[in-house]
Design a protein around this ligand. Structure first.
Ligand code: SIN
Length: 202
């Protein structure tokens, strides 16, 4: 769906973020709510040759994989009125043109509110995308993330900030995939950081 087709006839739109959007929206919005969507699990299975990697060493970023009993926590942002055109154009470049994600609508359930689900736009990368990487072991994913870097920063930053968001904004929610990759990545980089702190001449 093109940005213009998404916003036609709408005075406001919710966008659900579950990756870098949760800690770096960088677009104009009216308000945001933490919550979840059902029927999808979050996985570091999409490749990134722009923001967090390049063609030689693509980074690993998250996408959503359909799974009946799964749910994924994140943040939904309401974009309204005059914000719509500018924000959707920005997201189209960031997520679709540079990131390879496609758009779809999902039901977002705000945390702790007895209210109806909200229809929200979400960016999802599928297995037929040329930069999709697919499943790998926790150790392989962590090893790849620990060395990749793209135009907006290191792949480690993407991982650690997402894990931080889950710890601080969704403290009761476990996310074994995310937290096991974070632990494996820290195990790789910690010795390197410690060695860098040692004086050269002991
Ligand atoms: C993205 O939204 O996936 C790209 C932005 C980033 O990695 O900082």
């Amino acid at each position: 769906m093109k940005p213009q087709d998404i916003i036609t006839g709408k005075s406001s739109l919710w966008v659900f973020g579950y990756g870098s959007l949760v800690w770096k929206p960088d677009f104009k919005y009216k308000r945001s709510k933490v919550g979840y969507i059902q029927g999808y699990k979050r996985r570091f299975w999409h490749g990134d040759n722009y923001h967090r990697g390049n063609n030689e060493t693509p980074g690993r970023v998250v996408t959503l994989i359909e799974e009946e009993d799964a749910c994924t926590w994140g943040v939904a942002f309401e974009v309204a009125g005059s914000q719509l055109e500018e924000s959707l154009k920005y997201l189209n470049v960031r997520e679709t043109v540079c990131g390879g994600y496609l758009t779809q609508f999902v039901e977002f359930i705000p945390r702790g509110e007895a209210q109806s689900p909200i229809q929200a736009l979400v960016y999802i990368a599928t297995a037929d995308n040329p930069i999709y990487l697919g499943p790998a072991s926790t150790e392989e994913i962590a090893a790849q993330i620990s060395v990749c870097k793209g135009k907006t920063g290191h792949n480690i930053e993407y991982l650690l900030r997402l894990a931080d968001f889950m710890r601080h904004s969704c403290p009761d929610v476990d996310d074994p995939h995310l937290f096991s990759i974070e632990a494996a990545c820290l195990a790789i980089i910690r010795p390197i950081l410690l060695a860098a702190q040692q004086p050269v001449f002991a």
